[in-house]
Design a protein around this ligand. Sequence first.
Ligand code: ZN
Length: 398
Amino acid sequence: MIYVPSRMGQLNRRALLRQLQRLGVASRAELAKALGMSQPTAGKIVDELLELSVLEEVDLSLTNGREPSPSPETILRGRPGRQLRLNQSAARLLGIQLGVNETSIAGLTLGVPERDEWHFNFSSNGGLHPEKNWEQKLRAAAAQVDAEKLLGVVLSVPGVVDEAANKVLFSPNLHWTEKVDLVSLVQRIWDVPVLLVQEERTLALGHQLANPGEDNFLLVDFGDGVGGAIVVEGRPFVGTLPISGEIGHTPVLGNHRKCGCGAIGCIETLVSTGGLLESFAAASRKKNKSWTDLSAHILENGIEPWLAQTLDAAAVAIAGALNVLGLRRVVITGSLTELPPSVITHLSRAVQAGSMWAKFGSVECLAAPRRRAAGLVAVGIDRLVVPDAIPQKISSEK
Ligand SMILES: [Zn+2]
C-alpha cells in the first residue's frame, strides 16, 4: 500500500533531529522524554531514521563514555538501549561555498561539524566566461569527492538569493551568478538535488546550530563583502521579499567609493577587507598593504581616526537595524574578528551608543567563528532529510 508520512510525523522527525543536534548523543528513552513523546512514537521515528542511515547507533561503553570516532565496531544497528547520534560515518551532503573570490568544497556528514574544514579551493571569478571556468574547476574537484551516498548538494552563495526559487537574483560582487542556472550547472556534475542558500543565512543557521539557545540575533559577516542575517525566535527571518540583512549596502554620507551593487558610498566599500586595506594604504601612503600588516599596525597604534570613522559608520547601520528589528544581540563573524580585539570593542561601543535598547537594557556584540558547514548541514537536514513537501513513499508497512 502507499504510505505517506503525515505532516505531524514529519514535524516529529524534525523535532527529534533538532534535539539530537543539541544533545549530540542520546538514547531512545532520553529523546522521548526530552520531546514529550511516548517511547513507541520516538522509537518508531528512530527506526525509520536508522533505516534511512540518517541516524546511527553507537556503543559508548567501548570508548569509556567519550564521543566515539566512527569505526565499524562502534556502529551497531538495531540493538535497543544503545545511544544514537546523527550519522557521522559517511558524507551525505556536499557543501560548496561559492565566495566572492574563492570557491571551496567539503563533504559533510549529518552530524554538527565542530569547525569548518574546506578543500579544493579555486578562484570563483576570472576569464571571459567565469561560469565555464568555475564548472571546469568544480568538475576537476568532483573527481576527488566520494559522492556515492549523497542526498544532495548545498551551495552557499553571496548576494540576493531567492531560496524558494533556487535562484540568485542579484550579486553585487559576483555578477556572473545572476545569469547562469547554478542548479543545472552543479547537476551536470552531481545528479542530486541542489539547494542554493544565501551565505549569511548559512552562517546564522550554523551559529544557531552550534550554540543552542541563541535564538534572537543579528549576524553581521565581514569579508570580501559585508552582509547580515537575522534570526528571530529561533527562526531565520523571512520577509515578503527574498532580501534581508543587506547591511553592507547602507550608504555612508561623504563616502564616494563605487560599490559592486551600482551605488556610490555603500558601507561595504569601506569596511570590507578590500575597503579597509584601501583606506589603510591611503592613510599610510604605501601601496600593497596586507591584512597582517593592518593587524600589526592596529596592535602598535590602536584605532586611528580613519579606522574609527569606518567602524562608527558600520555601527550606525548595525544599530539602526537593532532599533528597527527589536534585537539586542549582534554576532560578528569574518575578517574583523581576525584583527586585534580592540576593533570589535570599538565597534561594540559604537553600536551600543546608537541603540535605543542600550539606554536602559543591555546590547551585546560578540565575535564568533564562521560556522558555514554547520549551516549547510542544518539546511540539508531541513530540506532534504525532512522536507516540508513530502514525496510519496511506497511501503508495505502501515
Ligand atoms: Zn552597494
